[in-house]
Design a protein around this ligand. Structure first.
Ligand code: UDP
Ligand code: MG
Length: 333
């Protein structure tokens, strides 16, 4: 078990001397989801190697998770696993999404501490020493990172992201931090808590908050990816936000009934007014236009509410099927 973990540069033994004793050095696992990242992986490993050498008395293992890439990412990962002894990899049978890739990495990680970070260097490895210190020495179970700027991001995307955070924090008990990245370093306790949640529809920004534990937030300026392009289209992000709302609050369901009750109240007022008018003045109803407006409005409202209920039912349907989160096609020993 005294496994040496050379990042090639900076070979060290995985034991340390404490007083007159020797003990195993703690292990830090780095989980990296990769989807079509052939251009960045070499750069990423170089930067990581540089930072890992400054981490002090910890061993590191890197778990690269190939999320069904359609380019040469898997070949690059195999090559890196051959070159660096501390690199392990998992390769999915198809693209299952970043959430599944992170989950697979967490499940495979053996570390006392586990960090998850993007492959494109948008999550600066240079923050790792501070994150590790927070969890190892300062009594936190989670070190999270948040961008304080969204420089370089399309303004429309930033706008909708801000709106999403405002909305979900308004209607859900689980409070999300605006600008929080998935880039986190967790204690083994926190990782086990995450792994104990088997839900199919995973929205990890919410899961991290839901498990509780003390989190230290480290802030940094937004960094643009070093190469390649983002895998998140506007539509994908929209669906992901819906996932977050449905997974962490049932407020929209309550909203549907509140709207329904409001409509009944308005309808009662209209019924009484029209009946009185008919009885007193025998005036025939001439409001064809208003009738059509009301019918269209109410039908829209009903469909909207049915849609909200449909969202929850569809998520329940996926949960009930209990399909695996991912299927592994190949992995290193
Ligand atoms: N990713 C993944 N599966 C996907 C989409 C993305 O594993 O289906 C990975 C991707 O390789 C990267 C990280 O998730 O390491 C973040 O993706 P990206 O940089 O495209 O997102 P952005 O930073 O633009 O939000
Ligand atoms: Mg990125």
């Amino acid at each position: 078990m005294f496994q040496a973990c050379p990042m090639r540069a900076g070979f060290f033994l995985a034991i340390r001397k404490v007083g007159v004793y020797y003990e195993l050095m703690p292990l830090l696992s780095l989980v990296v989801p990769c989807y079509n990242e052939q251009e960045v992986l070499h750069l990423f490993m170089e930067e990581l190697t540089r930072v890992a050498a400054t981490l002090g008395d910890v061993q590191t293992e890197v778990i690269l998770v190939n999320d069904g890439s359609s380019d040469n990412t898997l070949a690059v990962i195999r090559e890196l696993a051959g070159r660096y002894d501390c690199v392990r990899y998992i390769s999915f049978s198809r693209n299952f999404g970043k959430e599944s890739a992170m989950l697979a990495g967490f499940a495979a990680a053996k570390g006392d501490y586990v960090a998850v970070m993007d492959a494109d260097l948008q999550d600066p490895p240079a923050l790792l020493p501070d994150m590790l210190r927070a969890v190892r020495e300062e009594g936190f179970d989670c070190a999270g990172t948040r961008r304080i700027t969204r420089k370089g991001e399309p303004p429309i995307r930033s706008f909708f992201a801000r709106m999403f955070y405002r909305l979900i924090n308004l209607i859900s008990h689980t409070q999300l931090v605006d600008g929080a990245r998935d880039y986190k370093l967790l204690s083994r306790k926190a990782v086990n808590a995450l792994l104990s949640m088997p839900e199919y529809n995973r929205f990890s920004k919410g899961l991290y908050e839901w498990i509780g534990f003390r989190t230290k937030w480290l802030e940094f300026q937004n960094v643009e990816r070093v190469a390649g392009e983002t895998k998140w289209s506007f539509w994908k992000l929209f669906k992901y936000s819906l996932e977050g709302i449905v997974a962490f609050t049932t407020f929209p369901l309550a909203l549907a009934s509140v709207l329904g009750m409001l409509c009944i109240l308005v309808a009662l007022v209209i019924i009484v007014t029209l009946s009185v008018r008919q009885i007193l003045w025998h005036s025939s109803v001439d409001g064809w236009t208003s009738l059509v407006c009301i019918i269209v409005l109410l039908s829209g409202l009903q469909l909207f509410c049915a849609g909200i209920i449909g969202q929850y039912i569809s998520k329940m349907y996926m949960e009930i099927k209990r399909r695996p989160h991912y299927i592994i096609a190949e992995q290193s020993e």
